[in-house]
Design a protein around this ligand. Structure first.
Ligand code: NAD
Length: 480
């Protein structure tokens, strides 16, 4: 059993109230540690530490900030194995995935923003004929709040923290209570890298207690949140009347649109990944697959055959493709959606059942599941399941598939498979999504804007967009 503590002002602390919650291992369903359920008092202590660190950190040179961020990145890389094991144990994801995606990406987030801040420039406007010049200052906000989900724990936690700190802010942060471990390990890495005390503070606990205390804090100037749409809506209601800056990265129900003229084999390989990577628990997974009618039969047959070959197993086994879902309640939710789909006349083409992994019978394992639907309007096609479940259905025309792609409340990402350039341009322009991938999926360049439209959120992360979010623009006008 291990005990996770809050990281406040560079030190590790028990929660003031001595209130703890259990930490489960999804691979075997056992409690393997406890984490603080931090109260307002802990958040206040974190706030005070951050506020005290701000005057000095906001005046630290960009070179020095950059040096420290890059050092954090290097230390994460040096501890790759340890971090990957911790992430896999906490989340249930295959350790092989954590090693090549989650942890390297967390390291890149620090390296990227460590470099980006040295290139972050603002505008100057010469007011010709008025003997004046305007320039823009981009000043850090002060103390900001960063709240992240459980699906890509360290990856998404650092995606917020790195630009916040790089821009000169001090942070009160909260990882998901379901996957707190790697954020806890990060505290020690920050100390080793020489990050001044109080610049980053990590408080653990439930959304309704610790998270709520962060969003309600009157002096926390901005909230950068990634998580569910319902939570995002609640955060907006609480934070907006206090005029906090808000970045909300929320749920998705992303279309994967496959035309007959695509590079078939590449599409097939990638569609297996975009459907089931991380047990389908990536906000960018393409959970609604629309296939042009002329290749539908072939696709259905080949896709089922490939998915049946995926191995569901213990996350630490090197050949495991699908690990455990993150929690018992999440597993139950996903199973319930499969039942709803059946009641709505969906046909389960493969999967649909829990898997008992030998020696780990109490783990939260589920077969990768493909459901054929005859209408895009059923609940399984409209609501976010966030598990290893995709729907497939045929389409006849570009107009028809565009309409179905857009007829959901979400608008995070979309994938299109085609070699027709004009069609690519037409659809990319008209699809309601923040990110459109054509003939690929999940290819990321950290300079690009990242975020969703409609119920998938407001605001953009990534590159200079993130640095703009974490700074306030101030215009200075000088008459000479
Ligand atoms: P969630 O909304 O339940 O929780 C996310 C975080 O918010 C957690 O840290 C939680 O403790 C906290 N929280 C909950 N209630 C809160 C409150 N009242 N005040 C402040 N904080 C609160 O989401 P989840 O189940 O952890 O994650 C899954 C969801 O995240 C899915 O909907 C998925 O699509 C979404 N997601 C979106 C993106 C994106 O970039 N758009 C990326 C990953 C995940």
């Amino acid at each position: 059993m291990h005990t996770i503590q809050n990281y406040i002002n560079g030190n590790f602390h028990d929660p003031v109230s001595n209130d703890w919650i259990d930490n489960y291992c999804p691979a075997n369903g056992e409690i393997y540690g406890k984490i603080p359920n931090s109260s307002k008092d802990d958040v206040e202590n974190a706030y005070i530490a951050a506020q005290s660190a701000f005057p000095s950190w906001s005046q630290t040179t960009l070179e020095e900030r950059s040096r420290i961020l890059i050092k954090i990145s290097e230390l994460i890389e040096e501890n790759l194995q340890r971090f990957a094991e911790a992430e896999s144990k906490d989340n249930g994801k295959p350790i092989s995935l954590a090693k090549v995606v989650d942890i390297p990406r967390a390291a890149s987030n620090f390296r990227f923003f460590g470099n980006a801040i040295t290139q972050f420039a603002s505008e100057s406007h010469e007011s010709i004929g008025q003997d004046a010049v305007n320039y823009t200052l981009r000043q850090p906000l002060g103390v900001v709040g960063c709240i992240s989900p459980w699906n890509l724990p360290l990856y998404l936690f650092t995606w917020k923290i790195a630009p916040a700190i790089a821009a000169g802010n001090c942070v009160v942060s909260k990882p998901s209570e379901i996957t707190p471990m790697t954020a806890y390990l990060l505290g020690d890495i920050c100390n080793q890298a020489g990050l001044p005390k109080g610049v980053l503070n990590i408080v653990h606990g439930l959304g309704s207690t610790t998270g709520q205390a962060i969003i309600e804090h009157p002096d926390i100037k901005a909230i950068s949140f990634t998580g569910g749409t319902t939570t995002g809506s609640h955060i907006a209601k609480v934070a907006a009347p206090m005029f906090k800056k808000l970045s909300l990265e929320l749920g998705g129900k992303n279309p994967n649109i496959i035309f007959a003229d695509c590079d078939y084999n590449e599409m097939l390989e990638t569609t297996v990944l975009s459907s089931f990577s991380n047990q389908g628990q990536i906000c960018l997974c393409g959970s609604r697959i629309f296939v042009e009618a002329s290749i539908y039969k072939q696709f259905k047959q080949d896709f089922i055959a490939k998915v049946k070959r995926l191995k569901v197993g213990h996350p630490s086994e090197p050949d495991t493709n699908i690990g455990a879902l993150v929690s018992k309640s999440h597993l139950e939710k996903v199973i319930q959606y499969i039942e709803i789909a059946k009641q709505e006349n969906g046909t389960v083409l493969c999967g649909g059942h829990e898997v008992s992994v030998k020696g780990f019978e109490n783990g939260y394992y589920l077969e990768p599941t493909i459901i054929e639907v005859s209408t895009d309007e059923c609940r399984i096609n409209q609501e976010e399941v966030f598990g290893p479940v995709v729907t497939i259905m045929p389409f006849n025309t570009e107009d028809n598939v565009l309409q179905m792609a857009n007829k959901v409340k979400y608008g995070l990402s979309a994938t299109i498979w085609t070699n027709d350039l004009k069609r690519t341009m037409r659809l990319s322009n008209q699809i309601q999504a923040g990110i459109v991938w054509v003939n690929t999926w999940m290819m990321r360049d950290l300079r690009t804007p990242f975020g969703g439209v409609k119920a998938s959120g407001v605001g953009r992360e990534g590159g200079f967009e993130a640095l703009r979010f974490f700074t306030e623009a101030k215009n200075v006008c000088i008459k000479y």
